[in-house]
Write a protein that binds this ligand. Sequence first.
Ligand SMILES: Cc1cc2nc3c(=O)[nH]c(=O)nc-3n(C[C@H](O)[C@H](O)[C@H](O)COP(=O)(O)OP(=O)(O)OC[C@H]3O[C@@H](n4cnc5c(N)ncnc54)[C@H](O)[C@@H]3O)c2cc1C
Length: 409
Amino acid sequence: MNDKTQKFDVLILGAGPAGLACALKLVDSGLSIALVDKSEFPRDKICGDALSWDVYNQLSKLSPRLESEFLKMSETASTQGLHVITEEGDSFFIPFRYKGEIKEMHICKRKDFDNLLYRQVRKNGKITLLENFKAKKVEVVNNVARIHGNNSILEGEIVLGADGAHSLVAKQLLKRKMEREHYSAGLRVYYENIPPIDNKSSMEFYVLDDLLPGYFWIFPLPNNTANVGLGVLSSIVTEKKLNLREILQNAIDKNPLLQERFKNAKPVESIKGHGLTLGSKRRPISGDRYLLLGDAASLIDPLSGEGVGNAIRSGRVAAAHVLECFEAENFSASFNKKYDKEIYRLMWKELKFSRWIQMFFSRPWLMKFAIRKIGNNKIIRKLLTDSYDTKDKSQVFWNPRFLWNFLFK
Ligand SMILES: Cc1cc2nc3c(=O)[nH]c(=O)nc-3n(C[C@H](O)[C@H](O)[C@H](O)COP(=O)(O)OP(=O)(O)OC[C@H]3O[C@@H](n4cnc5c(N)ncnc54)[C@H](O)[C@@H]3O)c2cc1C
């Protein structure tokens, strides 16, 4: 039996923040668009669920109403700072402040966050949403982009690969291979009944010797629940033959630093894992009749592991580029290079800087030295607090006051 073929102008593969942002930007373009996902919404996504100011900024650029709807969501916990703690007992706290005022960050399960965007696309009604559609193959043949599902084929002028860390579009069209030094392994498990560490609902980062230079986190969520997880570079996992699930479980059960935090806590799911495609290297992210977005384009901050803000940003840039493609009737690899250029113009400086800091911290003794310094020096902590609200964080780190205090105080 022949597979049924449906024709569209634009095919968006993946309805995470990247694909949804792109769809929202194209909703009134007059183009016929299919947004395809293997899951049914609301769907879970393994993540730390920490959504920074960059995410709200990006939401407001999609629609100011979306940002305020997000900030009002009851499924969101607000947090006013972060603690970093080592096994040696060194620690520091950075409050989230801007110009002296408290500036909260939010933790929200991705199931709820992504569903907010998804509902917005569905409400508009102009985009064909195909849930439970698992793409098996993606190809560009005779000037047509195609996604093959189980029993159907979708055709379009261009395919946008917003299909996450294991992107089919990146593998099949760009022939991308995984590079362990630019890829991180992550685990997540939701817990209930972990007491708050302070009255600011702060985020907690633990620097555990077994996991160095990775880290373990506890992020508070509403209803007495928390997102618990860890992340570490895949090259380190291979080199040190780390069993991450065992490390996570042992940390919770046996590490004196965490035992008290987890005394009455209970997991509400099994430990789950997912990869993080780090933006620590510039790479091609487009080709003939295709673009890569979000994690498929490897745009995660290599230091913090945050990828939602850049996923939305890439969705916006991709939408603008698609409009140019239709206007110029040009979907060629050379025309699409403009997209790569714009993405890296907006993001590379910060990604490169995070990579630099990540490399610095890859030496465990330096990481611990830095934590001790920060814990003991008020001026450094103040400068780091300020850096939270700056897109160009290198400004803060190259600040002579920072360097003087870090090196000589
Ligand atoms: C453990 C962990 C912790 C993290 N913590 C944070 C954090 O705290 N803050 C932060 O900002 N970022 C964090 N990230 C990164 C963040 O999750 C990603 O950067 C973000 O989800 C990228 O969005 P995306 O739209 O590119 O991809 P995704 O959100 O992965 O969406 C991709 C979509 O494509 C669909 N799809 C995939 N393959 C197919 C297929 N073959 N057919 C059909 N559909 C398909 C999937 O179902 C999915 O809905 C974390 C990641 C991990 C793994």
